[in-house]
Design a protein around this ligand. Structure first.
Ligand SMILES: Cc1cc2nc3c(=O)[nH]c(=O)nc-3n(C[C@H](O)[C@H](O)[C@H](O)COP(=O)(O)O)c2cc1C
Length: 380
């Protein structure tokens, strides 16, 4: 673990330890991956302003996210099939997040179910919802989330249809993986991964299994999921969700100022400026390039969260400087999980924490509230 000094190291380890179909699933973006690359490239273009001789001996990274105290200005993003990067992945990630004092978001498409995560961690977490055609299922899963003490709902709105990831098609990426000869040989060379999966609480879509009538087999479930994307989904559905969800509501997947204003009108508590990590509309601009315009459009009417391309603490500082209240971390922790299981997620969080802390110090910043556009060097 000593030789792991940054998120890129965790990615390298994950690449060696996780079967290719699942590593590629996490790593890739849709179509030509233009948006995936833009997310990183546009963050790196932002140059931080080096300041000296400011007393930075009393720094704090603590803040609030969606009204709750958080030790750090980031939360773990919802990630489908987390439990296929490492057995019990959702539980391990939730535990690492809780230990670090930050929120964890469980995806609808998780491997461990809401109930398994709640039972294993004994702490509240955020739940991410995909609204699907079967609205009864949606109602039911929301009551399950409430019963599990989830107080915050992250409603993802940028996946009415699925953007294609070429690598997933080529790899036969399914849950469980398609049994092609090359997949079997690949899994045979990943014994630590296999051991963790064999010892896991769940091997299927934990939130769906047993809750969809007539869909007891994994293959049937996968087919059912594909038919459940709802192209008719619209803002009225968001109103409906708001009317049946008593907790906090975060709308995730906003990349346009008009959509952000509509989210404010509907009374959401926060939005996440996001292009789904470059996995949906390829050719969409990077999240960071759209952040300042959206933050301006909504002002203080709603909390603006951000994700897309964060791999360093300096990236978090950049996003906060351009108007994000806090960030969601996606692949950065998924690589940690694939690399080293639970300790890998803790390591990813710790790397980002330390890097952010030093970047704050070297820009003369003591607290999250002090971060603003003045930390970015104006470019002509
Ligand atoms: C492997 C993977 C699975 C994802 N699954 C979900 C999901 O189930 N629900 C969701 O709202 N977003 C999902 N996302 C998007 C993330 O929540 C987040 O928006 C994105 O990862 C941020 O970009 P980053 O990975 O560059 O940090 C997924 C992203 C990845 C990489």
């Amino acid at each position: 673990m000593k030789s792991v000094t940054n998120i890129a190291d965790l990615r390298g380890l994950a690449r060696r330890r996780v079967p290719r179909a699942f590593f590629d699933y996490a790593d890739s973006g849709s179509y030509e991956e233009e948006t995936l690359r833009a997310n990183r490239a546009d963050l790196q273009k932002l140059k931080l302003r080096q300041r000296v001789l400011v007393d930075v001996s009393k720094r704090s990274l603590a803040t609030t996210i969606a009204g709750q105290p958080s030790a750090l200005p980031f939360a773990l993003a919802p990630i489908g099939f987390t439990g296929m990067q490492h057995g019990n992945g959702e539980i391990l990630a939730a535990e690492a997040a809780h230990a670090a004092g930050i929120p964890y978001t469980l995806s609808t498409m998780s491997i461990c179910s809401i109930e398994q995560v709640a039972e294993a961690t004994g702490r509240p977490f955020w739940f991410q919802l995909y609204v699907i055609r079967d609205r009864e299922f949606t109602k039911d899963i929301l009551s399950r989330a409430r019963a599990a003490k989830c107080d915050t709902l992250v409603l993802t709105v940028d996946l009415q249809l699925l953007g294609q990831r070429h690598r997933d098609v080529k790899n036969g990426m399914t849950v469980p993986p398609e049994l092609r000869i090359k997949n079997i040989i690949d899994i045979g060379t990943k014994p630590a991964w296999l051991w963790s999966i064999l010892n896991a609480k769940s091997w299927t879509f934990g939130n769906l299994a047993g809750h969809v009538k007539g869909m007891e087999k994994i293959n049937q479930l996968a087919q059912w999921t594909n038919q459940q994307f709802d192209p008719a989904l619209n803002w009225k559905d968001v109103e409906w969700i708001k009317s049946i969800w008593p907790g906090k509501l975060i709308i995730k997947g906003i990349l346009d100022a008009d959509d952000a204003r509509t989210a404010v009108k509907l009374g959401a508590d926060a939005i996440v400026v996001s292009n789904h990590g470059g996995r949906q509309l390829d050719g969409a601009p990077s999240s960071i390039s759209m952040l300042p315009g959206i933050a301006d459009a909504v002002g203080n009417d709603i909390e603006v969260l951000f994700d897309g391309g964060i791999r360093t603490g300096a990236d978090i500082l950049r996003a906060l400087a351009l108007g994000a209240h806090a960030c969601l971390i996606g692949r950065a922790y998924v690589y940690g999980l694939g690399a080293l299981g639970g300790p890998g997620v803790a390591k990813a969080i710790d790397i980002l924490r330390k890097e952010l802390d030093i970047a704050m110090a070297l820009t003369g910043t003591n607290s999250i509230a002090e971060i603003g556009p003045h930390l970015i060097v104006e470019q002509k």
